[in-house]
Design a protein around this ligand. Sequence first.
Ligand code: RFL
Length: 410
Amino acid sequence: MADNVRELRKSPEASEQRESTTVVVVGAGPAGLTVANLLRRSGIDCVVLERRSREYVAQRQRAGIVETRAVRMFDSWGLADRVLGGVPYDGILEFRVDGERHLVTDDDGSEGPSARLCPQQVLVQKLTAAYLADGGDLRFEAADVSLHDLAGDRPTVRYRTADGTLRAISCAFVAGCDGDHGISRAAVPDGVLTAHAFDHGIGWLTVLADAPPPAHPLLAVSPQGFAAHFPRGPHTSRYYLQCPPDDQPDAWSDSRVWDALRARLGDPALTPGPITDREIFRLRSLVHDPMQYGRLFLVGDAAHIVSPMGGKGMNLALYDADLLARAVRDFVSDHDETGLRTYSQRCLRRVWNDQEFSHWLTRTLHDAGDDTHTGPFHRSLARARLDRLFTSPAAARGFAELMTGPDLAE
Ligand code: RFL
């Protein structure tokens, strides 16, 4: 592909500066930055437009583990050590049921590098640094981004810079990586996409604290409801507590949080620490089908939301990004349209697989503890599923395969 044509021209009809590139990436979260890095490594020009500042994006904390298959994906692009850093994860997950410990491993018998404990903000910081060090074009504080002519051969992306200049970028493709509330999906005409939505009717209070991380990521079932404790750094932890979905964070004082965690984790000696963030969100899932409209390709949360149980949302975003970058590369270098044509279908196969896993785990861990929610029959079913996981090697292996991320996209 010819080099990016970045000469700026004043448009006669409006006072906007015009330029041209191959791919405009909207959003600099894990999805957008991965697409941009992989395109850059393929020698394909792109411009990344991010609405927020670099500082804001670099501190947004959510996911904590880059799963095995995603590590292998970065490895195949020669990027794993550069963008992941982090600590190798031993793949052990602890289930604590009424205070009783059960260790489950994600070792599915496959060869190669394994998962990393890499908080989402660290991944974003490293992807940003790698892209900029390679000469990538990343524009923060891009306001009023809008997409035009998506059904034609040359879409245009318009935005306003921080100093108020209007710009219009003509491109071959738009990667919509701007999350669930972005403008990309909203630019698709009504009736093109089908939204499949599910709300579990469950809330989670999530708390970040400067407190010692657990030896292993920990999921706890108790009569008071679900709780979890995850590492987010050498001295940082993220905790989750099941709560009514319309509960308010203010209702959870520090002492209420620590008392609830000690009771539900079955650990009276749990060490507390200063709480740096607390919020409540609903456990919900959403899939848009197809993940494409004309020259717009939706990537990551812009196309699908997975409830955090099972840790799949960010990892799915990384897989989408890989498939899109490879599809664009094949089109640009060999005029091979197969990857672009099959992008949505291949992504969705993995998305539904992970939705099912996340749904299964969400139901199992909430139903097993809280029999006021779905009743004693479902409580016993959920406990039977856990019993099978802890005692059957075949069930444990199936679980491990789902944790590492099965190879479904090929
Ligand atoms: P992001 O991370 O939301 O990034 C989107 C980017 O687009 C920008 N943007 C715009 N830019 C330009 N113009 C506009 N009009 C724009 N509108 C938005 C935003 O500023 C932002 O920079 O989406 P992406 O890249 O698809 O990444 C998805 C992941 O962030 C998400 O799936 C995960 O955080 C989900 N998730 C987890 N995933 C895991 O794999 N493991 C986990 O343990 C895990 N824990 C979690 C989570 C999500 C959580 N929340 C959000 C409920 C824990 C929590 C609490």
